[in-house]
Design a protein around this ligand. Structure first.
Ligand SMILES: N[C@@H](CCC(=O)N[C@@H](CS)C(=O)NCC(=O)O)C(=O)O
Length: 194
């Protein structure tokens, strides 16, 4: 998303992180994706990659210039990378990755626990932070919106969506961000063709 927004062209290589070959683990020692490679520069971790890209390609910016809003956007990126991922990506992992990569059944009880407890915690928190704003930080599109709404693509692929009756602001927010011109084609391309 950040690449699309900033208009950065890259060559993509597919890598399944689980059981990745030693050549990949040498570059990304936590054996996670993504990993950025540019000449001698090898950077694992999306937060680090995005920090690099923001300095290397500052225009258009994905972080506010003012220290407070900038730090808030970074906080939301961290929250997305931890709590939101543990919640939404967990459901994706169980329903999509486990059967396809590990040939195992999803842990239905664990999914239910996450949907009943962790998901409402995330959506209540985000509702409180967003209020009636269009974007999460500083009145304009930022890294916070990318980080927070991307896991909802995985969530949709896992067959789930935000209950718009209970969390109308977040349901509308996710739909709004996913519908942005730089975002919509990527979301459409990620959704399984039925
Ligand atoms: N904090 C890391 C998280 C990356 C991450 O968890 N990636 C997942 C796929 S989206 C992964 O590679 N998982 C493999 C594993 O946890 O072993 C980042 O932002 O890059």
């Amino acid at each position: 998303m950040a690449l699309a927004y900033k208009g950065i062209e890259v060559e993509r290589t597919q890598q399944i992180p689980f059981g990745a070959p030693p050549e990949y683990v040498a570059k990304s020692p936590l054996s996670k994706i993504p990993c950025w490679e540019e000449g001698d520069l090898v950077l694992p971790d999306s937060s680090v990659i995005l920090s690099y890209l923001e300095h290397r390609h500052p225009d258009p910016p994905l972080l506010p210039a003012e220290p407070g809003p900038r730090a808030r956007a970074l906080w939301f990126e961290e929250y997305a990378d931890t709590k939101v991922a543990e919640t939404l990506a967990f459901v994706f992992f169980q329903r999509v990755v486990r059967p396809s990569v590990f040939k195992q059944e999803p842990d239905v009880e664990a999914i239910e626990r996450v949907l009943q407890k962790s998901l409402p915690e995330v959506l209540d928190y985000l509702t409180g932070r967003l209020g009636n704003d269009e974007y999460m930080v500083g009145g304009r599109f930022s890294l916070a919106d990318i980080a927070l709404t991307s896991p909802f693509v995985n969530f949709a692929i896992a067959g789930e969506k935000v209950d718009a009756g209970r969390w109308p602001e977040i349901a509308a927010y996710v739909e709004r961000i996913h519908g942005l011109p730089c975002y919509a084609p990527i979301v459409a391309g990620d959704m399984p063709q039925r």
